[in-house]
Every structure is written in C-alpha cells, then in structure tokens.
Design a protein around this ligand. Structure first.
Ligand code: PMP
Ligand code: GLU
Length: 399
C-alpha cells in the first residue's frame, strides 16, 4: 500500500468546495437547491475586459509570460495601487499569480520554516490555516466574536506574538465576517507590528472594492511597517473574473525576488490572455464596475431584513464583501427534526438537506458557532432561500 505524504495527510479539503460540490450533486439529481456556498460574483465578466481578452488571443499572446507577469500588467498594478490605495510599489515588487490563492502560498512558501507561527485572527478564510500547514507552519489563533464585529484588537495581537511568530495573515474586508478594519484600527495594529520588525504581514485585500461604507484602506500605508507588509489582491471579486485565475502580490523589495523564484518552479507566469485583459480592467475607472457593488448592497439589505428575523440567528449587518456570518449557537447541542447539531457544519448540512439551501459551516473558518451565506446570488434566489430557511426553522422540532 503506497502511503500519502505527511503533508497531504495534514490537509483538509476546502470546505467551500465541499459544500458547493454537495449542492451541485443534489441539483444534478433533480433537487431544487439554492446554493449560497461559494463566494464568487454571479456577474459575467464585463464586456470591456472580454474584448481585451479576445484581442489578446488575436494578437497571439500565446507564449509564456515572464514569471512575475507582463511588465505592462505590473505597471498597471503599480498605478492602481497608487490611484486607489496611495501605495508606492515598483513593477519589480509585483508578482502576478494564478489567483490570490497562489500569491498567498508563494509568500508562505518563501518565509516559513517548520514550526514557525502564523497568527490568524478568527474567523479566517478557510484556506489560510491549510496553506500554513502545507508550508510547515503552525497557526496561532486570535479569537474574535460577534460581539466585537469579528475584529482583533491591537492588544490581542500584541499578546499573540511570540519569539516564533513569523507572519500575521488576515483579510480586510473579511471573508467570512464581512467586517473591515478602519484606518484607526489599522494604525493601532501597525503600531504593534512596528515593535516587531521580524513580523511580516500578509494583508489580503481581495474584497477592497466591495465596501458599502468607505473607500478601502490598506495597512501598507503606514511607512514605519511598509517593509513588513505584503499586499494581496486580484481580479476575482472586483471584476467577476474568478475563473480567469489572476491575483497578485505587492511585496517589499527584499521579498519580491523570492516570490518570483518559488513561482518560477511551481507554475511559471499566469495565463497570458487573462493578464492582457487584466491590464484593461485595471486601467478602467473602477466606477465603471460599481454596478456590481450596488447590486450586492441591495441584496445585502434584502437578506439582512429577513435573516435577522430567523429563529436562533444573531446577525450583524455586513459592511463589506458579500457574506453573512450569523452566529447560530442557539442550535448547538440541540436536535433538529431528529438530527443532532454538534457544530455549525452539522447545522449547514441540516439546512442543505432540509431547506435545500446551501451554506458553509463555520468550523473551517475557525468558528464552530457560525455559518456563512454568500449573497452573490440573484434577488429572487435570495428571497426564495430566506423563505425556505424561515419555513424550515419556524417549523423545526427542536429538542
Ligand atoms: N482570499 C480571500 C479572502 C478569498 O475569499 C478568496 C476567494 N476564494 C481568495 C483569497 C482567492 O481568490 P482567487 O480567486 O484570486 O484565488
Ligand atoms: N473565496 C471563495 C470562497 O470563500 C471561493 C472558494 C475558494 O477559493 O475557496 O467561497
């Protein structure tokens, strides 16, 4: 019997894909499932970006690109970081990858030795802890809760840092909580980070445009820690280009060549056609794509007014990204229609099987008391989903 590597044995399947596949299988078997599992915009790629891709094919952009991406794209990213985030990064500091996912793995791979600690504020995006494990690191969790808008404080960060801490990794706007850190909160965190010059911050800003309250702020704006911060971003969420697989890192000068080195041995440059199209996307005024954010906002409002009336749900109004992350601890330890609910994953499975609404349990986000619903779906599906949840939960036999 051939044994798998210990590396693989440490790894779990991505719960977002597990639940979306399960919903897909039920649909294929004829069950009318509404899947609010995977977090991806339901919009098509905007025409201006599609046209740029078609032109790139016609112009025969069919060869390998440089490993960190075409220079023109890295220039466009550098300009975008200046335009939208007031950040100065040279083209040589940027590495374009197969999605933000790979951009994060590159950084972890470049920095972690076995046993190095990575601080993850909870809830964290499902893949962070698994990526850390894959790269030999060990995660240290900072617990946050519904009561604190799911955000860590500077004091909590300070307490979590040990001599083995190498990295702080978080997303703002946050998947799954929908919170974001304000300028003042980032400043307080930056003050702690500045006291630990060997601590590297991976700031995942992939939901930057999907913010209903304010313009996005990056922790990289604080000059005293600029050399400690890697900004992660990409085309998946703001431009509805999830399947085109394009993300990037903007890293300190000392770190950027290491990311190029890792990616050069793993996957080479990202898809050349998608890269050409991304130049057009990034050079277009972000206001052109605002219609998607406006739609997410009205869907958020629609879901909020329904979800807060669901029995046993404690819900915050998400301020950014496109997820609801209600606390459903009311149901834990109880039996629903004969099904024992030990944790949020059991509850998510109950909702899928009984209400035919798919969501993702919070266990793999670090919170076994929450479930995540993506509201990047049509208003009619969202309304139907809320009707089904209300019907199921109001009529459930709870013991
Ligand atoms: N970070 C976060 C917080 C995400 O939600 C996602 C979406 N899956 C990613 C990174 C990865 O995005 P990409 O599609 O660019 O790999
Ligand atoms: N980021 C999305 C999510 O959280 C897509 C799935 C994934 O990459 O895990 O659902």
């Amino acid at each position: 019997m051939i044994k798998f590597s210990e590396r693989l044995e440490r790894l779990s399947y991505s719960q977002t894909f597990v639940m979306s596949n399960k919903a897909r299988e039920m649909k294929a078997s004829g069950i009318d499932v509404i899947s609010l599992t995977l977090g991806e915009p339901d919009f098509d790629v905007p025409d201006v970006i599609k046209k740029a891709a078609i032109q790139a094919i016609e112009e025969n952009y069919s060869h390998y690109s440089p490993v960190p991406g075409f220079l023109e794209l890295r220039k466009a990213i550098s300009n975008k970081l200046k335009r939208d985030n007031n950040l100065e990064f040279k083209e040589s500091q940027i590495c374009v990858s197969n999605g933000a996912k790979q951009a994060i793995v590159n950084v972890l791979g470049a920095l972690l030795n076995d046993g190095d600690e990575v601080i993850l504020p909870v809830p964290y995006w499902v893949s962070y802890d698994e990526m850390v494990k894959l790269m030999g690191g060990s995660s240290v969790f900072i617990k946050t809760s519904y009561a604190t808008d799911f955000k860590m404080t500077a004091e909590q960060l300070e307490e979590a840092i040990t001599p083995n801490t190498k990295i702080l990794l978080y997303s703002s706007p946050c998947n799954p909580s929908g919170s974001y850190y304000t300028y003042d909160e980032l400043k307080a965190l930056a003050e702690v980070i500045a006291k630990h010059p060997h601590l590297i911050v991976i700031s995942d800003e992939i939901y930057e445009y999907i913010n209903y309250e304010t313009t996005h702020k990056s922790i990289a704006v604080f000059p005293e820690i600029k050399d400690q911060v890697v900004v992660i971003n990409g085309m998946s969420k703001g431009y509805a280009m999830t399947g085109w697989r394009l993300g990037y890192s903007a890293a300190p000068e000392w770190l950027a060549p290491a990311l190029d080195k890792i990616q050069g041995q793993m996957t080479s440059g990202a898809n050349s056609v998608a890269q050409r199209a991304a130049i057009t996307a990034l050079e277009t005024d972000p206001k052109e794509f605002r219609y998607m954010v406006d739609a997410f906002q009205s869907r958020r409002n629609l879901v909020y007014y329904r979800m807060k009336t669901l029995p046993g749900f404690k819900v915050l109004l998400p301020k950014s990204a496109f997820y609801f992350y209600p606390d459903i601890s009311f149901y834990l330890g109880k039996t629903l229609n004969g099904t024992k609910i030990n944790n949020a994953d059991d509850f998510a499975m109950f909702l899928l099987e009984t209400a035919h609404v798919g969501c993702v349990g919070g266990v793999s986000f670090g919170s076994p008391e929450c479930v995540r619903f993506s509201y990047a779906a049509s208003e009619s599906d969202l309304t139907k989903a809320m009707d089904r949840l209300a019907h199921t939960l109001e009529n459930a036999v709870i013991s």
